[in-house]
Design a protein around this ligand. Structure first.
Ligand code: CA
Length: 431
């Protein structure tokens, strides 16, 4: 039992290593696999279970002031729920917390409707109208830049602009969905003609995703001190990348087919409110310029960071065959890896008047830490494929092979606080 937790009647939520204690309550969308008539529902994860929120109003009395908010769950309109005011979101969260707390008067009614996570299929948590991928990981940008431009690894704009590109939302998939090795155009070396074949340099990118809640009107920028009001929550994100296709196609307009074949996300949105206890300062090192004033504020300096620990696991087909667990190959931490805070990413995105909408997803960029074993892509870990990593069972990897399963995990931990986790983002590559 975790002594610090306020405690839930769902006993698995009170275990110390649990990702989903009552202090977390992330939102997701699921359907029960064993019930042929089951439809999609919105729910919150609690311990190893899910409390369905859709149709909850048929079982218990929803307080009058929360009825409109809960109606969005019944209508399966998660995006509309994400757009409600910060105040209303907090009230809903408190109400759900009460329902699940150890002193809940509703335990007897709710106990029969909670469902074990092993009995559901998870879907994307909301509709994702637009997807942007940033490049906020400064060590990643430096590592990749040094392969391309050893004399000047960081481009001159890097310390001033949160660099990003518009990605593709149609190919975003939830954890558990396999990806097919993409085919594309590449070439063996300079001067040789290109050819068209399955990628030989398939890679992952360890990122976090930021979901937008409240929208802004087109033409109306978001002030840095108001940016967090638009920040609904986060997930883990894997920005799949075909390095050979990328190297050939990316000049001069940047990523295209090397990236847009798939992006995997963990299915639970951990809300900004759940992340609040893990806030930390966001200070710019002395050897870097201070951000321009539209990206700078005292609040951002004091609380702009969130300590989120990240892990990468790899399980090959051979490991599965021998029933061996996935091997952890990398750990990293968001607030050390990222050069720009979430508020700065949101503010910059809207600074030209670009409108962000509820459900929009922003990738942080690859979150490589400063140390060699903290890098968030195989491109970095194997130095462009030149130094394969060694796995147990005598296996080696430069890039990913068919049958490999890549698992990202994330969690927040701090003295005096209950640990919360993001669950996992798990994807297998098929031929
Ligand atoms: Ca990326």
């Amino acid at each position: 039992m975790n002594q610090q937790t306020i405690g839930s009647w769902v006993s698995s939520a009170n275990m110390e290593s649990c990702d989903f204690p009552i202090e977390n309550l992330p939102y997701g969308c699921f359907h029960a696999v064993q019930d042929p008539l089951a439809s999609k529902k919105i729910g919150v994860a609690i311990g190893s279970h899910i409390l369905p929120l859709t149709d909850l109003s048929k079982l218990i009395e929803i307080p009058l002031h929360l009825k409109n908010s809960f109606q969005h769950f019944d209508d399966l309109k998660m995006n509309e729920f994400m757009a409600i005011s910060n105040h209303e979101q907090v009230l809903c969260r408190e109400f759900i917390k009460d329902l699940l707390s150890i002193n809940s008067k509703n335990q007897a009614i709710l106990e029969p409707i909670i469902i074990h996570q092993s009995e559901v299929k998870m879907h994307l948590p909301c509709e994702i109208p637009d997807f942007t991928d940033f490049y906020a990981g400064i060590y990643h940008a430096t590592n990749v830049g040094s392969m391309l431009r050893p004399e000047q690894p960081l481009a001159p704009n890097y310390q001033w602009i949160p660099v990003g590109y518009h990605g593709r939302s149609s190919s975003i998939i939830p954890s558990g969905v396999n990806i097919k090795r993409p085919i594309g155009q590449t070439r063996a070396s300079e001067g040789k003609p290109p050819y068209f074949q399955p990628t030989r340099r398939l890679d992952y990118e360890l990122e976090l995703g930021v979901f937008i809640g409240k929208s802004n009107e087109q033409g109306v920028p978001i002030l840095v001190d108001e940016a967090e009001e638009h920040f609904f929550g986060m997930c883990i994100l894997n920005d799949w990348s075909a390095r050979d296709i990328q190297a050939w196609e990316a000049v001069p307009l940047g990523p295209f087919l090397a990236k847009n074949f798939a992006t995997s996300i963990s299915p639970w949105i951990v809300t900004r409110h759940a992340l609040e206890p893990f806030r930390k300062a966001w200070l710019r090192a002395d050897n870097f310029p201070q951000p321009l004033s539209y990206l700078n504020s005292k609040n951002n300096e004091l609380f702009g960071g969130i300590e989120i620990h990240l892990e990468i696991y790899l399980q090959t087909a051979l490991m599965k065959e021998k029933q061996l667990p996935a091997e952890r190959i990398v750990t990293s931490e968001f607030s050390k890896a990222a050069y720009w805070s979430i508020a700065q990413l949101i503010t910059h995105h809207a600074s030209n008047g670009c409108n962000l909408n509820a459900g929009d997803l922003m990738g942080t960029g690859t979150l490589s830490g400063p140390m060699e074993q903290e890098v968030g892509s195989l491109l970095e870990l194997t130095r462009g494929g030149k130094e394969p990593i060694e796995l147990g069972q005598g296996e080696k990897r430069s890039f990913l092979e068919n049958g490999d399963t890549v698992i990202f995990k994330a969690y927040c931990k701090k003295d005096g606080q209950v640990r919360i986790g993001f669950g996992e983002c798990r994807t297998t590559i098929v031929g």
